[in-house]
Design a protein around this ligand. Structure first.
Ligand code: PLP
Length: 475
């Protein structure tokens, strides 16, 4: 008798170093994850009244909560994922020599393999890479153009007296636009800005974290690189999520069909003069970052800043064990099995939220799902932070921590109702389908009672990156 069960073939288990060359195919169903869990960490859901007290004690700022009071933590995917057995094994085998350690040479080889950049500069995390590169490059009055600078990138541009200008594709500003490849830079606007502004650099953020985690397509990056070259302006990739960008292109961009994610990622880096990478995302590590460059003279200028503020050029503020964890993690992030499971999980979560009548930015991002909180709470104006209101309600009702990406994080978005988002970032290899089901059900209940949610006002906040440390109160 034929079985009634549909057997889903899991993707092949990673087979050593060559696994990253296997093409990434879109699966018909989410396949079972190509790993099992051997170490677990207890989490607990506080009673509701204790959650409300914790929220009040934090000044209604989820960054100020104690992590132990959070049940499911979707604040960020940055440094919060689970490392593999191979990464932990590499940690144990690390070389902690001050200079010229074996860990450094393994790190340098992995970064060169994955990005193609000959000059590799380690940093303790992404924003240190931003600071060092921009200090070597920018002068007051300079302009940096981007599809979408992330918060720390923009802050590091602005602290030097330069200006960051975002030129996203118009489709990326419409949460309902289902265009599969809307993370690029608007090319006509880029051409105009290159003619009109004192542009010192272009940064393509792949994926575009502040817009919805959409991928930068190769075609768009190729055209941007051509315009940049014509003007003699260097182009950099913010490659914090280079693997997810490549994985989404493998699934959605016909020009990448059949290409392995590793080759797609290399093709993107090939177009650029350098990269800035927070290894806390697609390095699958808990800390770390790097700069990759072609220009040896620029690399030398950056290394002079590095040795003064981060550390010697073969560790850059990292321990040998961190360098080794990243060396393994960069390759694992491009592995077909791990990457497919990652993108499947985010897509399934996106579908579950839609099914629960929660308005979300379409299509799903590579690392996160973004609730369109401006649409969910039309009665809360951007100046009262609807994205933050949804984030606070999600913690109060379900013990789930998320992150506003709207007018609180980006004050210039206060006039843009469609940019009031709540980001649910999913740490790699950490939560199961039932965890995300809890989040989707809680958000569905919040959406059903949306009129009960109000806005927030800022009681006190620092000038730069205010969302991290602001104290807020219900309006
Ligand atoms: C796109 C992007 N670039 C840069 C950074 C900064 O990296 P880090 O947190 O390691 O300083 C982040 C962090 O969230 C990011 O998402």
């Amino acid at each position: 008798m034929p079985s009634e069960l549909t057997i889903v073939n899991p993707p092949p288990f990673p087979r050593g170093e060559d696994a990253i060359m296997t093409p990434l195919r879109p699966p018909a169903h989410p396949a079972p994850e190509p790993y099992r869990i051997r170490s677990v960490e207890r989490i607990r859901l506080l009673p509701r009244e204790e959650r409300l007290r914790a929220l009040a004690d934090s000044g209604h700022n989820l960054f100020r909560l104690r992590a132990r009071d959070v049940f499911i933590d979707l604040l960020t995917d940055s440094g919060t994922g689970s490392m593999s057995d191979r990464q932990w094994a590499a940690v144990m085998e690390a070389d902690e020599s001050y200079a010229g350690s074996e860990s450094w040479f393994r790190f340098e080889a992995a970064v060169r393999e994955v990005t193609g950049f000959p000059e590799v500069i380690p940093t303790h995390q992404g924003r240190a890479a931003e600071r060092l590169l921009f200090e070597a490059l920018l002068r007051p009055g300079d302009v940096v153009l981007s599809n979408a600078l992330f918060d720390t990138t923009r802050a590091n541009v602005e602290r030097l007296g330069a200006r960051g200008i975002d030129l996203p594709e118009p489709a990326a500003l419409d949460p309902l636009d289902e265009s599969p490849l809307k993370g690029g830079i608007a090319l006509d606007a880029l051409e105009r800005a290159l003619a009109a502004e004192p542009v010192r650099a272009i940064v393509l953020t792949a994926t575009a974290n502040s817009l919805g985690g959409h991928p930068v397509p190769l075609g768009n990056a190729t055209a941007a690189a051509r315009l940049a070259k014509k003007k003699g302006v260097p182009l950099f990739i913010d490659g914090a999520r280079f693997a997810e960008n490549a994985g989404l292109l493998a699934r959605r961009d016909p020009s990448c069909e059949g290409m392995p994610a590793a080759r797609i990622a290399l093709s993107l880096f090939d177009l650029a003069d350098g990269c800035l990478v927070s290894a806390k995302k697609n390095g699958l590590a808990h800390i770390g970052g790097f700069i990759g460059l072609r220009d040896a003279a620029l690399a030398e200028r950056v290394r002079q800043g590095l040795v003064v503020t981060e550390g010697f050029e073969t560790y850059g503020g990292l321990a040998g064990r961190d360098l080794d964890a990243i060396a393994v993690g960069l390759r694992e992030a491009l592995d077909e099995g791990f990457l497919s499971a990652r993108l499947d999980q985010v897509e399934a979560f996106h579908a579950a939220l839609r099914a629960a009548n929660v308005p979300v930015v379409c299509p799903a991002g590579g690392h996160a799902v973004y609730v369109d909180s401006g649409a969910l709470l039309p009665h809360v104006p951007p100046s009262r932070f609807p994205g933050h209101s949804v984030a606070c309600a999600l913690y109060a009702e379900g013990g789930v921590r998320s992150c506003e990406v709207g007018a609180l994080m980006f004050p210039e978005a206060e006039k843009e109702p469609h940019r009031q988002l709540t980001r649910l970032a999913i740490p790699w290899r950490t939560y199961t389908a039932s965890h995300l089901d809890h989040v989707a059900r809680t958000l569905g209940q919040i959406a059903a009672q949306r009129e009960r949610l109000g806005g927030y006002t800022i009681v006190s906040a620092p000038a730069a990156l205010r969302h991290f440390r602001a104290v807020l109160a219900p309006a």
